[in-house]
Design a binder for this molecule. Structure first.
Ligand code: SAM
Ligand code: SF4
Length: 329
């Protein structure tokens, strides 16, 4: 089937799947300190339900699946899920976003399962700051995993950095240096006003233009070849460097016009926009043993209600009601 289009003509071929609401960290912009809002984990889709849905959505145009969470490496069955998704005709790419804490020891299993690419979240290069924002001592573990994956070129790596004024704005150039030294793409992300964000207030979010200005004062950048046009990130090569940098600007640059994605929450709802709490619930279909066509119809329904844009600005700040960990970021 041709790539499905929503009512604004946007082709949708990408789905982000939150495979668990649980997490081993408590990032201050994502989760309440005790994690209470996302426990327990007993109302989430099974591995075979996720596989069934993706197998139904692939003929309807989905080509690329990103596994996220919560922390996807905590999910039992994650390796067989990757293997199963990779065997679905039409699925070109299975990728993952992880906090990297459990990554290094799982590299062989992820390779064996066929993972194509990986995004690793890292908000500071300083051990104490990472402990403060995530609640855990993770610096050495995550840095070791990043170096290993990048240096051995196990997968193409993107490093997600949520930019926060007063926390890591003085590290922007250090992160660029990391992307000069290692073959990674460092992506600076504008912090979003999601539910349970304990850091979003006043001017705490930093606009991409401000970050870009800081980088350009020190480094020469040129637009990266092969960066997907209309994708969420503006990507640049650092002249003379091994890697690249990108800016993801959901608030200041409104990339909604090129949005190609749907989200499947851990509980089994299709969400057509990160910031729209209008969801299409698939759980009822599993409870009532619905036929395949019922799920395909819900997929079409989610496309039909996909909003034109999220309508957010840094000033409006109306958050989505669900914690990011349940939606998947
Ligand atoms: N636990 C995994 C991780 O941290 O990479 C995957 C789930 S996490 C929700 C996915 C991505 O969302 C991470 O890169 C995280 O930094 C980002 N994120 C979470 N809350 C955010 C917020 N309020 N604004 C911007 N990015 C956010
Ligand atoms: Fe966990 Fe990722 Fe949220 Fe941090 S951003 S609390 S690692 S789900």
């Amino acid at each position: 089937m041709d790539q499905p289009k929503d009512r604004f003509g946007r082709g949708v071929n990408y789905i982000r799947v939150s495979v668990t609401k649980r997490c081993n960290l408590r990032c201050a912009y994502c989760m309440p300190m005790d994690g209470s809002l996302v426990h327990p984990n007993n109302d989430i889709l099974t591995i075979s339900q996720i596989t069934r849905l993706i197998a139904l959505f692939a003929p309807a145009g989905i080509r690329k699946v990103r596994l996220t969470g919560g922390e996807p490496l905590l999910r039992k069955g994650i390796f067989s899920l990757i293997r199963d998704l990779k065997s679905i005709p039409g699925i070109d790419e299975v990728t993952m976003t992880t906090n990297g804490v459990l990554l290094e020891k799982n590299i062989p299993l992820l390779q064996e399962a066929g993972l194509d690419r990986i995004n690793i979240s890292l908000d500071s290069l300083k051990a104490e700051r990472l402990r403060a924002i995530s609640g855990h001592d993770i610096h050495q573990t995550v840095m070791r995993a990043i170096r290993r994956v990048a240096e051995e070129r196990i997968w193409p790596v993107k490093i997600n950095v949520v930019a926060i004024r007063g926390f890591n704005d003085d590290e922007i150039l250090d992160f660029v240096q990391l992307a000069r030294d290692l073959p990674v793409e460092v992506r600076f992300i504008e912090m979003m006003p999601t539910a349970h964000n304990r850091l979003f207030r006043g001017r705490s979010a930093i606009a991409a233009a401000e970050m870009e200005r800081i980088v350009r004062e020190r480094y020469k950048l040129r637009p990266a070849p092969h960066a997907p046009a209309g994708g969420p990130a503006e990507v640049y090569e650092i002249v003379g460097g091994a890697g690249r940098i990108g800016f993801v600007a959901p608030l200041s640059r409104h990339f909604c016009g090129g949005c190609n994605r749907l989200r499947l929450t851990a509980e089994g709802a299709l969400r057509s926009c990160l910031f729209s709490d209008g969801e299409v619930d698939l759980g009822r279909g599993f409870l009532e043993n619905a036929h395949d066509q019922w799920f395909i119809d819900r997929f079409k329904e989610a496309l039909a209600v996909k909003p034109k844009g999220h309508g957010l600005t840094a000033a409006s700040g109306a958050p989505c009601e669900k914690p990011m960990a349940a939606i998947g970021g």
